[in-house]
Design a binder for this molecule. Structure first.
Ligand code: PLP
Length: 359
């Protein structure tokens, strides 16, 4: 039986990536050793990191004035690294709070400095992102932080918030490279790799180079972006194998035809599920139309007992990891870049059958 893994992260990886990693695991081409055994200063590893960077630049059209960094500590480490590096002395930042991770980012940033909520959808259980009227952005802020896709609630910003000349910081952990992106709209982008980019252990950071001057010298080396940009992500031992997998995924995205192609496929996959939710009274989608995530489709059944039964019976059919996040319950289908359309079609058939029997 084919297993379709709807996990929110770590998540489904492209099969060709897993096969290539398996083939190269024992002996990395041209070296006779495993990447897991090689110095991060060796030629093959340095070459692998450079080609991952080049492919990321090509895939997303990243301008020359942006650094590409491969960091550790997950997206969560960026919740504090961003304010430590980007807040100026006496400066302040604005956060847009649209879900669980946005809230964690806010809490950490507030430990570092003067950080304000400039818009929140907490009072409506994050069923959409704020409208422009609901945001009070400070034109003098050092930056505005937002979360591009809300993995737990299943909402997504259809476009970046309009922030004028204030640098925009995006946590794009769960929707990066799922559609074309205009990186020049951002001061900084970060994304943990384990949702759309690869394996856990590496966080991709894209940083506009003028912002590097803000980092205070008093920061510990590992927490200063300058350390990592000067050291080309190898100041200390980087997560070599996770960078390698990320490089293979980016190469796979290029082979698929790039981000326009991924956007069309992702729209198409999500539409199958949202159409099914709309066609039924039995299932209720959480996110409002216009802000629905193409990556995480969240919905409820008439009661928690039916939701538990749904997840259990789906597992028997090979549709695994559909239980919603512990903080919101319900059902969540995570269908990132690498998730196959056949898996979505199989889930839609299962939903119809489940409703027919239990509705
Ligand atoms: C998963 C997730 C995180 C946390 O990522 P870690 O790499 O586990 O720290 C942060 N932000 C968003 C939007 C996420 O989806």
């Amino acid at each position: 039986m084919t297993i379709y893994n709807f996990a929110a992260g770590p998540a489904t990886l492209p099969a060709p990536v897993l096969l290539e990693a398996q083939k190269d695991l024992v002996s990395f081409p041209g070296s006779g050793m495993s990447l897991l055994e090689m110095s991060h200063r060796s030629k093959p590893v340095q070459g692998m990191i450079e080609s991952a960077e080049e492919n990321i630049r090509a895939l997303a059209g990243i301008p020359d004035n942006y650094h590409i960094l491969f960091l550790q500590g997950g997206a969560s480490a960026q919740f504090s690294m961003v304010p430590m590096n980007l807040l100026t002395p006496g400066g302040k930042a604005d956060h847009l709070v649209t879900g669980n991770f946005a809230n964690l980012a806010l809490q950490d940033a507030q430990k570092v400095g003067d950080v304000r909520v400039a818009g929140s959808t907490a009072d409506r259980n994050h069923d959409r992102v704020p409208t422009p009227d609901e945001m009070t952005l400070d034109p003098d802020a050092d930056y505005v932080h937002f979360t591009g896709n809300n993995t737990i609630y299943g909402t997504e910003w259809p476009a970046e918030p309009e922030v004028g000349n204030v640098p925009l910081v995006g946590d794009l952990s769960s929707n990066i490279f799922s559609k074309p992106i205009d990186v020049s709209k951002y001061g900084l982008i970060y994304a943990g790799a384990q949702k759309n980019l690869g394996a856990a252990g590496v966080t991709l950071v894209l940083l506009r180079n003028d912002l590097l001057t803000r980092s205070p010298d008093t920061l510990p080396a590992m927490l200063n972006y300058n350390t990592h940009s000067k050291g080309h992500s190898a100041y200390n031992t980087p997560p070599v194998f996770s960078i390698y997998i990320l490089g293979l995924v980016v190469k796979w995205l290029l082979d698929q035809g790039g981000l326009e192609k991924m956007a069309a496929q992702n729209e198409d996959k999500a539409k199958l599920l949202y159409d099914q939710l709309e066609a039924s009274e039995f299932y209720r989608g959480h996110a409002l139309q216009g802000n629905r995530s193409r990556m995480n489709v969240t919905f409820n059944l008439p009661n928690p007992e039916l939701e538990a039964q749904f997840a259990t019976e789906a597992t028997v059919e090979g549709l695994v990891e559909l239980k919603g996040h512990r903080s919101v319950g319900g059902i969540r289908a995570s269908i990132y870049n690498a998730f196959p359309k056949e898996g979505v079609e199989t889930l839609v058939s299962f939903m119809k059958e489940f409703e027919r029997i239990n509705g």
